[in-house]
Design a protein around this ligand. Structure first.
Ligand code: AMP
Length: 209
């Protein structure tokens, strides 16, 4: 199963990608996680990406393409993969199509999770990430600032600040939203309503894959 997750920031791509990855036992790559990891480690890539990520802009395509090329070369993706956060614009999508065809692979489904912007702004504003285990949670699920899964410290992403959220939504509208049409035309788009609980959304996805 080879899947791409699409959707606005805060639609629940990361949460659902992790669940699908576990269910089908296929590797999951989040380009946002890779970039945040590089930023935290202070690598050359991290230094190049930091300003873009923290201001809600897309990092240059070349950086992302390098990450994806490395991932695709890996033997573990032969049985399947799930992409979360890539592709993010038409240039990346076209490059990705060529890349997977070159590797004799094809995409099975592009899962587009649709949510209202009001909901997204609320979700991102309350979202917290566990520093220790990476669990994505919210202030509503943790009263003491600790991860409900492992007790680790919860942090707010730099780009989950209100002014950056708005920039990310603008970037999504202008650059990422056109991918819905791109994949619809290729006949592999699956539209999923993103409201309700995480379990409900997972069920909708699994029933349609
Ligand atoms: P995410 O965790 O997917 O919301 O990504 C966080 C940030 O990482 C984005 O706002 C971008 O700055 C950067 N990013 C992640 N994926 C990509 C991509 N495919 N192309 C360009 N920038 C990306």
């Amino acid at each position: 199963m080879r899947i791409v997750m699409l959707g606005a920031p805060g639609a629940g791509k990361g949460t659902q990608a992790a669940r699908i990855s576990e269910k089908f036992d296929i590797p999951h790559i989040s380009t946002g996680d890779v970039l945040r990891g590089e930023i935290n480690k202070g690598t050359e890539m991290g230094l190049k990406a930091k300003e873009y990520v923290e201001s809600g802009k897309l990092v240059p395509d070349e950086l992302i393409i390098d990450i994806i090329e490395d991932f695709i070369k890996n033997d573990s993706v032969k049985e399947g993969f799930i992409m979360d956060g890539f592709p993010r614009n038409l240039a990346q999508a076209k490059k990705f199509t060529k890349m997977i065809e070159k590797n004799d692979l094809s995409l099975d489904k592009v899962v587009n999770i649709a949510v209202d912007y009001d909901e997204v702004i609320k979700r991102l504003g309350s979202r917290r990430i566990c520093e220790k285990c990476g669990n994505i949670t919210s202030i509503y699920e943790s009263k003491d600032g600790k991860c409900p899964e492992c007790g680790g410290r919860l942090i707010k992403r730099e780009d989950d600040k209100e002014e950056v959220i708005r920039e990310r939504l603008d970037v999504y509208e202008e650059q990422t939203r056109p991918l819905i049409e791109y994949y619809k035309n290729r006949g592999i788009l699956l539209n999923i309503k993103g409201h309700g609980t995480e379990d409900e959304v997972t069920e909708r996805i699994l029933n349609n894959l």
